[in-house]
Design a protein around this ligand. Sequence first.
Ligand code: CUA
Length: 332
Amino acid sequence: MLSTLCLLFFQTQTSGPPEHKISNIFRPLATPARSELNYGMLVLAITAVIFVVVATLIITTMIRFRRRATDGTQEPPQVYGSNRIEAAWTVIPILVVFVLAGVTARVVWGIADASPPKSTLHVEVTGHQYWWEVRYPYYGVVTANEIHVPVSHNHQDATYFDLKSTDVIHSLWVPELGGKTDLIPDRTNHMWLDPTEAGIYRGDCTEFCGVQHANMLLEVVAQEPADFQKWIAEQQKPFVKPAQISAGQRDFALCAGCHAIQGTAFKGKLGPDLTHLASRRLIASGVLPNTPQNMKGWLANPQETKEGCLMPNMKLKEPMLSDLTAFMETLK
Ligand code: CUA
């Protein structure tokens, strides 16, 4: 029970950029988070009852049968082999385990429902060391670290996630919505979310995946269906070719081994797709607010912000650094 309490406490203490509220698992805003919370409370209640019963028995025994001055030097009579007591402490734990196992299975299956209604929105989320690739196959949209989903007004319009990994095991968790589902190499896991309120919800990687595991953050942006469609339409637009190619665009060839910009010859696949980078709220996988200053600092040396991340220090010098930053800002 103590460990459950500790978990409940520590899991709510997630950090992040200052504009984030602390994620609160006690305020679930989607069905999976609600069933996870109810399940946690049931386990807490059962273990609390066991704790109280056992503690009461121990304390009563300690007080009632403690050594007294009137006790002789002889040992008290030894008691053993009570069928009734042995049956009780065998049967009750078995019942408790069966109840917990049954409820756990129901909750796990409910959250991982892999056979959604045909018409639902599918999002492919792929874990990378240390960022999230987000694809909307039906719309042909690719983004990173920011998952937009429509607010759900009934279970039919929940968003379904196909979870994959390219390297090690990661785990997706959005405390207010649900999850903690692993992303495993060579396997596709499933989960779904049906946020009932528009808002921005912070998520984390919750499986240790390397040195920058703690900086593998993401945001789920739940929008009214009309706003979501507007966002999709924006993201579908390819890069708008300017009348004159900027110095920054030319310099981007350095980055194109890893990064793609749709509608250009830049087609790198290792890092996040940057077609609409400037439209994202955060960079470096949720670590920094997306401001020109932060962008420039990030480009100057990603290893300073996220030591051990796969984006190398390219040792960029001025004016290239400013040109590239300016080009990034045009990727609306
Ligand atoms: Cu990805 Cu921890």
